[in-house]
Write a protein that binds this ligand. Sequence first.
Ligand code: SAM
Ligand code: SF4
Length: 532
Amino acid sequence: MSCHISNFSLPRRCAVSNPVNSSQPKADSQAEGSTIDNESTIAPADSACAAAKYRLYIETVGCQMNMLDSEMVVADLRRHGFAVTADMRDADAILFNTCSVREQAENKTYSALGRLREFKLRYPEKIVGVLGCMAQKDQGLIFERAPFVDLIAGPGQLQRVPELIRAARERGGRHTAVSLGRTDGKLEVIRRSHETFDPLRDPAMRPTPFQAFLRIQIGCDKFCTYCVVPMTRGPEQGRPPQQILEEARILADQGCKEITLLGQTVNSYRYRDGDRTTSFAGLLYLLHDVDGIERIKFVTNYPKDMTVEVLNAVRELRKVSPYLHVPAQSGSDEVLKRMKRGYTVGDYREMMSRIREHLPGAAVSSDFIVGFCGETDEEFRMTVDLVEECRFKNSFIFKYSEREGTKAAANLPDNVPFEVKQRRNNELLEVQNRISLEDNRRFIGTPVEVLVEGPSKKSLREGEQGDAVQMTGRTHCDRIVVFPGHRRLAGQILPIGILDVTPFTLMGTAITTRSNNDLVQLSVSGPAIHPS
Ligand code: SAM
Ligand code: SF4
């Protein structure tokens, strides 16, 4: 089924890699930002691609959940004879794993599909599929706007992708697998229609072999008025702790050192089995005992569930990162009420005091939406004040994007002009960047402990050759560090002395001692490692 197409003008990658509608740190690392990576990511090619029966091209937009979903889809399709190609012209199946959180993310997928139209007309045997949140939310619209699409699968139905591809290949026509809507039946039946197939893992799909996402929670029940996630990912469900533990052990056996626990409100995690309940803190204790796992991170947190129990667990457990991503969304009570976030600015402040008391030195980051329905200048100023006061490590700032199917779209006019949203976005970003720079400056002259990920973005962009390149990694608190080093340092946890900083990146040098037989040994010298 594979065929190579040489004289065709389709770009190798279909979608552009510009961040979508968000203002966030632009750091020189492979996976910048902490919760949302709006760049589209293309799965790297398999070495055995040429020999495979079928070839798959998959491009992912959106958050870490989507990255993990793509990992699962690839794992599954490999079992069905597919190998991954990074060149869509070579692919037998072209899949887009999509995001619906903001309109621009959807536009990006529609543009990519638009560019594919002529190609698909010339090569109708190639299967084109749309997966993920857009597939769940907009099945009909996708077929309307891109009639050549062969298959659609929502995030809760991804295990059916191989079957859908086979059906499209053998029978032609359109094939759809989506989960039930929030009012389409009994809760238990809706839940089951959103189940994931996480135990299927594929180490080759991860950004690095020593880092992996681990989903502990599916869906969301918070129903913030602006957000589509409760509709696209269904009801909130904690995965059974034994399943999570088993997966962590398998990841550790595969050489994974760092796991990032994923959930829309990860710290609200709860699993009931008879009269036994496992809380998020309880789960952290269980995971901490998994040999081989050195670091445990978790995103995203809900402010009201940042309890003393959770904070104490993070303090007591050496492997758990004292890095807390807790989106505030706004500094105004009125806006929070219109967003139906379920807390006040006072509650958020109390949470910050709790963090400072029980986990001093923790790095806290946040998300904000600017220009939400009816946001006045005064309300926006309150958000600026909150950012000044909380001094977040970093913030992801989004211009409000009206989403069909949400309470806000139905009841609240999207009445803040685009230019005002843009201006507020820039102003808040400027404030946050100044704070991030001030915060980072205190690391100059101190060593920090870094899990090395690989060559930096700059190094890859500039095509650095040889063994010594600019490497990148992250501290325990998720700060991005770049330093000159050998490629083979990837996967090691090393002390790096910090020499200079930007708002987004610490720049340093590996701390080394040279032994007489020329072996470079890394050790900590100088002051104690900073709890960074
Ligand atoms: N579950 C997480 C939480 O509650 O913080 C966030 C999930 S959402 C995918 C990531 C971020 O996107 C949110 O924190 C919010 O700032 C932003 N977001 C969600 N819906 C949005 C919308 N309609 N317009 C702009 N930004 C939005
Ligand atoms: Fe969306 Fe709110 Fe749920 Fe986060 S908590 S996923 S913002 S509804």
